[in-house]
Design a protein around this ligand. Structure first.
Ligand code: MOS
Length: 701
């Protein structure tokens, strides 16, 4: 792998889109100026399972300002109905409560909402089941887990390894459903234009990948890709929930088709998002560890039961990190799904690794306590020389350095291993550590184009900036690859009219798009030299990574947390948190730090707050707004810091980077849980850890 020189890379260039964002001139999805827009409000099913038997839209259509109403009985037909989540209004079946079954389109958003409220719907209900139980007799093994991992793995003889163990741990941990709540709700403007005699459709969308939206939705509507243009120059967060189009996009397009000529705006309400845009599956995870007295693992088993939807399968890869994390001769992982009458689970920051490493790194802490070994030392003793899963050498496994660096910075030395050893008035004070890993993947299908004119290089690729810093980091990569200043680069992203780009997901964005930008820059310099003529242009696809099959490409990290738990009230505070990461080159330290701290904050949020509570009598999430679905706010996050090792990965991509959007959240919840245990002696094995759980576990005694 030939790396590009780092000149702008590594400098904390301020966000190039920052000024437009803080002055309110960066257009988000529904803010794009369109002529004569209509507004959509959906009709959602109020039963969890059954059939729609009647929909009376008369009242809505009589309301002044209402332009159209769509129902399951009269909506335009889709060309492809194979996707159970996206195929809406095509038949009368209700698969989950909140499912989209109609829409009212009107001159204002308020009128549309009023109209939707006037639609009278009747159902024939069927019994439903929305509750995940680990012993559900219907649980099954999917063919694979996301994206293409084997469902189960077994190495050696786990039962024999457990039997010979001198110390063993057998614990079950649970995590709740969680919902992504990006600041910008899911939203789009759909315009269906047939005025030229050829159908041309435009979708301004809040998405992590314009080309993904196009390739998914065009066939649904029987369109050629060239007939559907998707634009998303600015996106207010996604965390995975905007990694693919959801049914709200289909509804907006169906309505736009019905109202051909006029653009239809649909911004999901916060409450609608709890039924429409995916969520983190709840999990039940049994972890068994066997070790000798010195803490060396003899066996590890990580068995997961989790939710999928009856209407479409989603199989989260919860146990995959346990396949590569530690050395042990005997290792087993498995995933089982329970199909329920619920919306389809989907991606949420580090799907798989995040809930999986909460359980696995909690169990490692329990093992450390059982062996009487410092939890950092326990992890160091179980370091694998090569990837236990693939047998390949690591491109750069620096977990031990992360742990040691963090221990020194955080002040780990001299820690009394006994729980409840430190108090400060009525506060019990403890510290915890947990490790993290996340794969460094690359997405195929990226091309960039570069054109020189007016002393500037215009760099085009349909990438996304979901708040992560793409505008800035890709500009820096382009500058270094072209050998020019960042001010000489004009980047264009977020439009399917630009060269094809993969989704901002799996922490692959900057690495994958950046590889295409580097390939295009190299082609440009080869073809046009360093003094190009105006109009000179080149384009090239990202080169395949020759090292991808030779090395195990993973990032690593270590979280250190101080927890304070109030003896009388059970209140939990996190005054201090430090993450140390090994993520390859830091392309932009400013946006990188923001990603890592954001991930850690979201990890604390999952540890202490986030809980999508489903009322199984009716099948919906009752904590469906930001008043009842708690997310870490400023007051919850005190001294939180992220640092990274000074490092370049020569095997990952031409920038030497490994991606950092997700590793910050992985393991963070375990570090919190381990710190709460150290403070209180109470081991909570169900997230979120709340005041009432530590109180009922006897923290006062
Ligand atoms: Mo992220 S959950 O891979 O968009």
């Amino acid at each position: 792998m030939t790396l590009i020189p780092a000149d702008s890379m590594g400098t904390p260039l301020t966000r190039l889109d920052g000024y437009a964002k803080v002055t309110g001139t960066a257009p988000y999805a529904v803010e794009h100026r369109v002529d004569n827009p209509l507004y959509l409000h959906p009709v959602q099913a109020t039963v969890a399972r059954g059939r729609v038997t009647a929909m009376d839209t008369g009242g809505a259509l009589r309301l002044p300002g209402v332009v159209a109403a769509l129902t399951v009985f009269d909506a335009p037909a889709l060309a492809d109905t194979s996707d159970g989540e996206l195929s809406i209004l095509q038949d009368d079946h209700v698969h989950f409560r909140g499912q989209l079954i109609g829409a009212v389109v009107a001159e204002t958003a308020e009128t549309a909402r009023h109209g939707a409220d006037l639609v009278r719907t009747e159902y024939e209900t069927e019994p439903h089941n929305t509750e995940l139980r680990a012993d559900d007799p219907g649980r099954y093994a999917p063919d694979q887990v996301n994206p293409t991992f084997p469902t189960d793995t077994e190495e050696g003889d786990v039962e024999a390894g457990l039997a010979e163990a001198e110390v063993s741990i057998d614990r079950t941990y649970t995590t709740p459903a969680e919902h992504n709540n990006p600041m910008e709700p899911h939203a789009c403007i759909a315009r269906w234009d047939e005025s030229s005699g050829r159908t041309e459709v435009t979708l301004y969308d809040s998405t992590q990948g314009v080309h993904t939206v196009r390739s998914t939705l065009a066939p649904l509507f029987g369109l050629e890709p060239s007939q559907l243009r998707v634009l998303a120059p600015h996106v207010g967060g996604g965390f995975g929930s905007k990694g693919a189009p959801h049914a709200h996009n289909v509804l907006a397009l169906l309505a736009a088709r019905r109202c051909a000529g006029r653009p239809v705006k649909y911004a999901c309400t916060r409450q609608q998002m709890f039924a429409l845009v995916g969520y983190r599956t709840p999990t039940v995870q049994r972890i068994r560890l066997g070790a000798d007295r010195d803490g060396r693992l003899t066996a590890l088993a990580h068995d997961v039961v989790e939710t999928t939807a009856r209407v479409k399968e989603f199989a989260e890869q919860t146990a995959v990190a346990s396949r590569t994390m530690y050395a042990t001769p005997n290792r087993r992982t498995s995933h089982r799904l329970v199909a329920l009458d619920v919306p389809v689970p989907f991606w949420m920051r580090a799907p798989g690794e995040c809930p999986g490493m909460y359980a696995a790194e909690s169990a490692m802490d329990e093992l450390a306590v059982a062996c009487g070994i410092d939890p950092i030392e326990l992890r160091i003793r179980n370091e694998p020389g090569t990837d236990p899963e693939s047998g390949r050498p690591w491109s750069g496994r620096h977990l031990v350095e992360c742990l040691r660096t963090g221990a020194e910075r955080f002040g780990w030395a001299g820690r009394d291993p006994a729980p409840r050893a430190r108090t400060d008035g009525d506060w019990l004070v403890g510290t915890g550590v947990a490790a993290a890993t996340y794969p460094a993947m690359a997405m195929p299908g990226n091309t960039a184009r570069i054109e020189f004119a007016d002393q500037h290089y215009t760099v085009d690729i349909g990438a996304a900036d979901i708040g992560t810093g793409t505008w800035t980091a890709l500009t820096q990569i382009a500058a270094d690859a072209l050998g020019c200043a960042p001010t000489a680069v004009r980047l264009r992203i977020g439009d399917t009219d630009l060269p094809e780009a993969s989704v901002a997901g799996g922490s692959t964005g900057i690495g994958s798009w950046g590889s295409a930008v580097v390939a295009a820059a190299r082609a440009f310099r080869r073809e046009h030299g360093d003094h190009p003529a105006a109009g000179a242009h080149s384009s090239a696809p990202a080169e395949e990574n020759p090292d991808a099959g030779k090395f195990a490409l993973h990032s690593f990290g270590a979280h250190f947390v101080e927890a304070r738990v109030h003896r009388a009230t059970g209140e939990i505070r996190i005054p201090r948190m430090l993450g140390v990461f090994s993520i390859g080159r830091a392309i932009n330290p400013r946006t990188l730090r923001s990603q890592l701290i954001g991930g850690m904050t979201m990890g604390v949020s999952g540890a202490l707050h986030e809980d999508s509570v489903r009322d199984h009598r009716f099948g919906h999430i009752v904590t469906h707004d930001l008043a009842s679905y708690h997310i870490s706010a400023h007051a919850d996050v005190q001294d939180i810091d992220a640092i990274w090792l000074d490092e370049v990965d020569e095997h990952s991509n031409p920038m030497g980077s490994r991606g950092a959007g997700e590793i910050g959240i992985v393991g963070a919840a375990a570090a919190v849980a381990n710190a709460v245990h150290h403070a209180t002696g109470v081991r909570v094995r169900a997230l979120p850890i709340t005041a009432d759980t530590v109180l009922s576990a006897g923290v006062q005694s």
